[in-house]
Write a protein that binds this ligand. Structure first.
Ligand code: SF4
Ligand code: SF4
Length: 121
């Protein structure tokens, strides 16, 4: 079995605190952090990684565009993750996004599982 994953990131933190997003790619490979839920999957593929659209969090228009582009390329996504960078932005940098609310909005709009967080390094 396999899972196709898309990750949303904090525009302000990505590539500053996690250069190259190595932490997320490592965690997927290790099935660590929030990716531990895929421990029984033979394959986990990150099919997309995009940012929130910058402050104050223009995430939904980007998500709609992302889904349209995935479909146009014949790609699927099973699960959407909000990166740990977004979680940290909320917890430490006054990010205005309400991740719990955005999770519900995404789930209702896209009918996909949404997970808050990625790696825990
Ligand atoms: S949490 Fe993941 S997506 Fe966000 S900056 Fe770090 S490695 Fe990149
Ligand atoms: S809205 Fe939040 S997640 Fe997006 S760039 Fe601003 S602080 Fe980062």
């Amino acid at each position: 079995m396999s899972k196709q994953v898309a990750v949303f990131t904090c525009k302000k933190i990505r590539d500053i605190s996690c250069i190259g997003c190595i932490k997320c790619f490592k965690a997927v490979s290790d099935r660590a952090g929030e990716f531990s839920r895929y421990i029984d999957e033979d394959e986990v593929e990150i099919v997309a990684m995009t940012n929130c659209g910058d402050c104050p969090g223009l995430t939904m228009p980007r998500a709609v565009l992302l889904m349209e582009n995935l479909k146009a390329q014949g790609r699927e996504v099973d699960v959407i993750h909000f990166g740990t960078c977004m979680v940290k932005a909320v917890q430490t940098a006054a990010c205005p996004i309400n991740l719990d609310k955005l999770k519900i909005t995404f789930e209702n709009k896209f009918k996909k599982e949404v997970v808050i967080g990625t790696h825990n390094y």
